[in-house]
Design a protein around this ligand. Structure first.
Ligand SMILES: [Zn+2]
Ligand SMILES: [Zn+2]
Length: 373
């Protein structure tokens, strides 16, 4: 197997390249090596795949981190054979970026034309509360829209696309090989039959520009990081009258300083003084319902509670996605020992020590209070 080229090298970008720079570099390189522009050139096709693979990895934060740290070896298995996982993605990126440009036929053969628009992916970051109780949110997706300056023709306003001189507008060229005539897509106009001499400055001749579109998404209660929602029909517009693709919203959930999520359970930690642990107390703990960081939920600490003891408050965790109730709030207690003592407090503790030593030797085993539930 030939050794793989560095992804940053493939896209001719620095290791610090931003997503914007990656996008531009991808556009430039993919265009240069696109098979439609290099018919029959297998080296170009190889480079095109390489460019797509590099773009896929470097625009995926997680994969990029792995690649930065471990190189190609880190991604073996996840990327598999070059382009293996990715051929669908290749098309979605291509569509994403060039949409109308290659509207004469995406990809490597006339039958590869999709029946509907491609699916798109977008990330949404929710707070823990939003994920727990559900919310409605607008998410922004960038989709190609017809360029208004040239009405989609790609030609500079005032000029027009001209009939392609190589194929005389037919989009096909014929070559004789011996006695056989071969017809192939015209390399000059890529089958469009027209060429643009003066490209529209707004869309660089693509006929389409990227526009932000807002999509209303309802996030169901109980959704978690790493899951994704499908919003039908909100992906890329389909070619000529065919339906649009779907939009996949990938969920990311912000850390909450008060809680850790464990499936449908929430784990929180509270500090209680030594005396409350020994004597028992009613305290208040943070609950996810509270808008602010107020501790609103009452919790009874039983006498003799040990440090790290766990209390479970049923029904105050995260609603389950399938609607089958809510998980629990698990409270882990940390017992604080005073580090600074007043004279009086020291006296009392000395008395307590004496008392405990006495009772320890008198009282039978097993009468000591147990912590926990
Ligand atoms: Zn234009
Ligand atoms: Zn032509």
């Amino acid at each position: 197997m030939p050794s793989k080229r560095c992804y940053y090298e493939v896209l001719s970008v620095t290791r610090e390249a931003t997503s914007d720079e990656l996008r531009k570099a991808y556009r430039r390189e993919a265009l240069k090596h696109h098979p439609d522009r290099n018919p029959g050139d297998s080296a170009a096709e190889g480079k095109f795949k390489e460019v797509n693979e590099a773009y896929q990895v470097l625009t995926d934060d997680q994969k990029r981190r792995i690649y930065d740290q471990f190189g190609h070896a880190g991604l073996d298995g996840s990327m598999g054979a070059a382009g293996g996982e990715g051929i669908g993605d290749v098309f979605s990126h291509m569509q994403d970026l060039f949409a109308e440009m290659f509207s004469g036929g995406m990809g490597f053969g006339t039958n590869a034309r999709p029946r509907r628009g491609s699916d798109m992916r977008v990330q949404a970051r929710l707070t823990l509360r939003e994920a727990a109780f559900g919310c409605k949110r607008e998410v922004q997706v960038r989709v190609p829209a017809t360029c208004t300056d040239c009405s989609g023709s790609g030609a500079k306003p005032g000029s027009k696309p001209e009939s392609c001189p190589q194929c005389r507008g037919s989009g096909q060229v014929s070559n004789a090989r011996g006695f056989v005539m071969f017809t192939s897509t015209c390399p000059r106009c890529r089958g469009a039959g027209r060429v643009i001499k003066q490209p529209c400055p707004s869309c660089s001749g693509h006929g389409a520009v990227e526009r932000a579109r807002k999509v209303n998404v309802t996030f169901p209660a109980g959704i978690d990081a790493g899951q994704r929602l499908r919003v039908p029909g909100q992906g890329m517009p389909g070619p000529a009258n065919s339906p649009a693709g779907d939009l996949y919203v990938e969920i990311d959930v912000e850390d909450d300083p008060r809680f850790e999520r464990d499936g449908a359970d929430l784990v929180t930690r509270v500090h209680i003084p030594l005396t409350d642990a020994a004597l028992g107390a009613e305290i208040r703990v943070a609950s996810l319902e509270a808008e602010d960081e107020e501790a609103t939920l009452p919790l009874v600490i039983s006498p003799g509670t040990q440090s790290s003891a766990m209390f479970t408050v049923k029904g105050h965790g995260i609603p389950r996605l399938d609607g089958r109730g809510r998980g629990s709030l698990v409270v882990i207690v940390q017992v604080d020992v005073p580090s600074v003592l007043t004279t009086r407090a020291r006296e009392l503790l000395e008395q307590l020590r004496a008392e405990l030593q006495r009772s320890d030797s008198n009282e039978p085993e097993g009468k000591r209070a147990a912590g926990g539930k």
